[in-house]
Design a protein. Structure first.
Length: 155
């Protein structure tokens, strides 16, 4: 056992050093996209209309941007009277373009809970379990949302 511990620690240390050097979970050291930055600012203020308008315009110019689809669906879902068909359309497009998007898996799982589809939410929780080598916030957040949903159903 002692002989395995040292090599395992070296590998884990090397992996964590690479993650820190990468600068972000996506592994990119590029500056943040200004559209994403502005959309995050709008969602931070809960200005869903501004976020959806900005992202709708951005998607018209860059329809293959998974992050735009994901954030657009998020802003739609959080806003008043969300069109859930449109929400799912954009989350699914984000996942088609970027199947490893942890945020999209978390958010579509939450959207499925909004429409009462616990099984689909659990499917995305299982995907996050595979995507997150170590515990990640997206997995933890969706797991809590699923547990809360299940607890409400028992009442």
């Amino acid at each position: 056992m002692k002989g395995l511990f040292r090599p395992l620690m070296i590998v884990l240390l090397a992996l964590s050093t690479q993650a820190i050097a990468a600068g972000d979970p996506g592994g990119s050291s590029a500056p943040e996209d200004p559209v994403i930055q502005k959309a995050n600012e709008a969602t931070g203020r809960k200005d869903w209309a501004a976020a959806t308008a900005l992202l709708s315009e951005a998607l018209a110019k860059s329809p293959d941007n998974a992050d735009y689809h994901n954030l657009y669906a998020y802003a739609l879902r959080k806003g008043p009277n969300p069109d859930m068909d449109l929400v799912f359309k954009h989350y699914n497009e984000a996942l088609r373009l970027k199947p490893s998007s942890r945020n999209a898996h978390e958010y579509i799982g939450e959207a499925y809970l909004m429409v009462g589809n616990l099984d689909k939410a659990k499917e995305h929780l299982a995907q996050l379990d595979k995507l997150c080598f170590f515990p990640c916030s997206q997995y933890s957040d969706l797991k809590k949302a699923v547990a809360d949903y299940e607890a409400k159903q028992k009442q």
